[in-house]
Design a protein around this ligand. Structure first.
Ligand code: ADP
Length: 192
């Protein structure tokens, strides 16, 4: 198994790129944002609990996402690997992921970090709001809050993987295909 994290601030293109990478490299794409949005859309107990938190651009509690990810990893035995998107977002989530993977005798190979300028992030999210209808993309203040939460709570995860020599920055500026080619090259180098 070869497992990757795709990392970067809101609007860095994690979702778009991980779907393409999963299909190219036969990996299972696990996005906590997508899973949580599905819960909200279905108005499950969990969905109702997290809806407001997501709308404000805050993080949902660690135990919720940790359990969701552990269940998905358990329910996909024999896969060639996973690409984690939007998870881990805190150092506690990173530790929990390591434990979940260790039980399966596997680990994270690399953290692919998409580097994008701040102004470009906000532009992309405002543009996405017009198509996606995502509540947390509509308002510039909420977007700025998500970027702030990212800086405070999520950026420390970078040092966690740097210490393990798993950090791999990739230029996330440019068009979708151009960025995909850079990421694919990085992944291919790790798999071979
Ligand atoms: P973004 O494009 O902002 O990175 P995501 O789709 O990854 O968006 O996540 C949307 C929202 O879902 C986050 O702002 C947060 O409220 C919640 N969320 C997603 N993943 C996590 C996680 N691992 N931990 C806590 N909250 C999460």
């Amino acid at each position: 198994m070869t497992n990757f994290l795709i990392f970067g601030p809101p609007g860095s293109g994690k979702g778009t790129q991980s779907v393409k990478l999963a299909s190219e490299f036969n990996l299972i794409h696990l996005s906590t944002g997508d899973m949580l949005r599905d819960e909200v859309a279905a108005q499950t107990e969990l969905g109702k609990k997290v809806e407001g938190i997501m709308q404000r651009g805050e993080l949902v509690p660690d135990d919720v996402v940790i359990q969701m990810i552990a269940e998905r990893v358990d329910s996909n035995p024999g896969s060639e690997g996973f690409i984690f998107d939007g998870f881990p977002r805190t150092v506690d989530q990173a530790r929990a992921l390591d434990n979940t993977l260790a039980v399966k005798n596997t680990s994270i190979s690399k953290m692919l970090m998409l580097e994008v300028e701040h102004k470009e992030l906000v532009n992309r999210l405002v543009r996405r709001a017009e198509i996606s209808g995502r509540a947390d993309d509509k308002d510039v203040d909420i977007i700025e809050n998500r970027i702030k939460v990212y800086k405070e709570k999520t950026e420390p995860v970078i040092s966690y993987y740097k210490k393990e020599n798993k950090y791999l920055p990739v230029n996330g500026m440019g068009d979708i295909e151009e960025i995909f080619n850079r990421l694919s090259k990085a992944l291919a180098d790790c798999i071979n």
